[in-house]
Design a protein around this ligand. Structure first.
Ligand code: ADP
Length: 667
């Protein structure tokens, strides 16, 4: 703990938040066009303050010839820059590593430098020795405390505050090669980041308009939509380096450790800029873990204190980033509403870029990216794959492609075994059975990603009653959707057992859903509940398999009530309360009313589902029988079935308006 505090004090002292120079000198430093200053022989030259990163930028620019030499003083953080036709400048270097980097830069660019011994060596030797001894003693005590608390797991007292960042420029070449062309389905985000890249590699036209680029960019969107990928592409397109961190890397129980890690991450980034002279990106994934709203918990608790200290440190460092040109902070979250407002102020994360789930066209492009090198069967169109994967994220689509390739490889190997044993050449084998990924392989990939691997062994050991139970349940879901207005079309019904489901019905909207109408929301709740309703009506069975259906139905009903104004409570909006999304922001009275209303809607929808099951018993049984025989039914066969077996009810007979006050019949 103490090691971290010492570290904090040191870095803090080395990065002045305000210029030390008087306002006149500071003005001279800022003004690039300031008149050359002749140096009177007798009068001591006025010394200017120069920012460390500005010096690095100057050395890396073609203006470096304005520097005559650099003078380092042993044991001091100050470097004196002697310049052509200008007053000397004083630069405070962040740390010893920074000085070394500066020397290397000077050597690389042929700038003279000299190192002076400390003014009075030995004069304060005793004092220094006693300070060092005290420091070591304190360090030792701190180490013992840390060890006793068991906090030194990842490297002991000195190691725990080290940034855990992965330096991407040191990773494999495949990462290095990530370009914006490898990201699809989020064109607006790419457009914004291309702008940032242009700003990073040369301010060009932006400078001529005095346009400032964002200091920090927040990528906002669900998991797997390509936020990390976008950050990598930004780093690579700007020929820069990058550190990847996760918000949880900064979350500790021990006060000061997270703040130390934040400091270390930024210090490493500054060094990276000095070393390479290139832009550097710090990417913090899941920033909500560290950047959640402050003041959520009772003061004094170590966990809260630590969180607040870490966030404060992040804010301090972000403010420093402005003056450290070359560093760009990027972060990802799905919960921007949970972030502390201070993080979103100008000069911090002042640019928010949305990265949403891809639409149909976007999915098609993502399929194109991830099947670039894969041998696709000529029957496959990427548009068809995109249509089958509504609501799949980029990461899921990548998973689909990969699973399809694995399935195809295994299938092809098995199918060609026989030909191989006949000693046919590879060419002849391929002629008979093309080495290609088929639609069926992709179908497996699509199912695998959402529902896990197929479990034929467990499927085989199921009893007829168990299979029938699943078949009735799935038939109930599917058939209710053919009656209730606003349902999405069915594309697949299966009772093939997978790791995460005994069976399922897949619905896909025709286009991309932009919003939910009330009818669509009600239809979704009814179809979710119709599996259990069919089991109850036809088999008199209640089992645990419907739990996920209930969760979906209740969540949707709650959203309808609290956010969408689709209930008898009218146009209310009740958000979440608390730093961690616990509880809702309303009084106890309204909370009770909301609970009752949610239960009323779910109950009424269940009434509709039961009504359908009662009226359509025969066709549910008929569909279940086909499923038990064939296990899976796809769109065409489904449409034919519904056509031949119409429901006994019309959609009007099962309509339900959650905003109306009358009670549902059948309840
Ligand atoms: P996030 O950071 O939003 O959780 P990632 O960037 O980690 O998502 O996505 C994981 C992987 O999924 C990526 O490396 C990439 O291969 C794939 N992927 C995700 N989104 C996209 C996209 N929009 N375009 C192409 N590939 C994507």
């Amino acid at each position: 703990m103490f090691g971290v505090a010492i570290f904090s004090l040191t870095i803090g002292a080395f990065i002045p938040s305000k210029p030390i120079a008087s306002s006149t000198n500071a003005a001279q430093t800022r003004s690039v066009q300031s008149a050359p200053q002749g140096r009177g022989k007798g009068a001591p030259a006025a010394i200017e303050e120069l920012n460390y990163s500005d010096l690095v930028s100057l050395i890396n620019s073609d203006q470096r010839s304005t520097i005559k030499s650099l003078t380092f003083k042993n044991g001091s953080a100050t470097v004196i820059v002697t310049r052509v036709d200008r007053a000397d400048a004083r630069v405070i270097v962040p740390d010893e590593g920074g000085k070394q980097d500066l020397r290397q830069l000077a050597i690389r660019h042929g700038i003279a430098f000299n190192v002076k011994p400390q003014a009075e060596p030995g004069a304060n030797l005793l004092a220094i020795a006693s300070v060092v001894a005290t420091f070591l003693l304190i360090l030792f005590i701190a180490a013992s405390i840390m060890k006793a608390r068991g906090a030194g797991a990842d490297g002991g007292v000195m190691g725990v505050a080290k940034s855990p960042a992965r330096r991407v420029d040191q990773l494999g070449t495949s990462v290095q090669k990530v370009k914006f062309d490898d990201v699809a389905g989020c064109d607006e985000a790419v457009k914004e980041l291309r702008r940032v890249v242009k700003g990073l590699i040369g301010r060009g036209v932006y400078a001529s308009f005095d346009a400032e680029l964002p200091a920090g960019i927040l990528l906002v969107g669900p998991p797997g939509t390509g936020k990390t990928l976008l950050a990598k592409a930004t780093a690579n397109e700007s020929d820069g380096t990058m550190d990847i961190l996760s918000g949880s890397d900064f979350v500790f129980m021990l006060v000061g450790v997270g703040a130390g890690r934040v400091r270390d991450a930024f210090s490493e980034a500054r060094k990276a800029v000095v070393k390479s002279g290139k832009p550097h990106i710090i990417f913090i994934d899941e920033i909500d873990a560290v950047g959640g709203k402050r003041g959520g918990g009772a003061g004094g608790h170590a966990g809260n204190q630590e969180r607040e200290q870490t966030l404060n440190q992040l804010l301090v460092e972000m403010d420093g980033v402005q003056s450290n040109r070359g560093i760009l902070l990027m972060a990802a979250t799905n919960r921007v509403d949970m972030l502390d407002e201070a993080l979103l102020r100008p000069g911090r994360f002042d640019s928010q870029v949305r990265v949403d789930l891809p639409d149909r066209k976007g999915r098609e492009c993502i399929f194109a990216i991830h099947s670039r090198k894969k041998p696709l069967h000529k029957e496959i169109t990427l548009a068809a794959l995109a249509a089958r994967t509504y609501s799949y994220s980029g990461a899921e689509i990548k998973g689909v492609c990969n699973r399809a390739a694995i399935t195809a490889a295994e299938r092809w190997f098995e199918q060609t075994q026989e030909l191989r044993s006949q000693r046919l050449s590879e060419k002849e084998i391929e002629k008979q059975i093309p080495r290609a990924i088929t639609l069926k392989d992709f179908d497996e990939g699509i199912d695998f990603v959402r529902n896990g691997n197929a479990e034929p062994g467990k499927q085989a050991s199921m009893t007829v009653e168990q299979k029938e139970n699943t078949a009735i349940h799935e038939a109930g879901h599917a058939l209710s959707s053919s009656v209730v207005e606003g349902s999405d079309p069915v594309v697949k019904i299966t009772i093939l057992r997978r790791a995460r489901a005994l069976g399922y019905v897949q619905f896909m909207p025709d286009g991309d859903r932009i919003t939910y109408t009330m009818k669509e929301a009600v239809a979704r709740i009814v179809t979710a509940l119709a599996g259990r309703a069919a089991q109850e009506v036809l088999l008199d069975v209640k089992d645990a398999g419907a739990s996920n259906d209930f969760e979906q139905a209740n969540n949707l009903a709650r959203t309808m009530v609290t956010r969408w104004g689709m209930s008898r409570l009218g146009q209310i909006f009740v958000g979440e309360a608390g730093a961690n999304g616990s509880g809702i922001a309303c009084g106890a009275g309204l909370a009770d009313e909301i609970d009752l209303e949610v239960r009323r809607i779910v109950g009424a929808c269940y009434g509709v589902a039961r009504k359908i099951a009662e009226a359509d018993k025969d066709r549910i049984r008929k569909l279940a029988a086909i499923l038990m025989e064939e296990e899976t039914m796809l769109t065409d066969q489904w449409l034919a079935f519904v056509n031949e077996n119409p429901s006994a009810l019309t959609s009007q007979e099962v309509s339900f308006d959650p905003t109306a006050s009358e009670k549902m019949e059948g309840k």
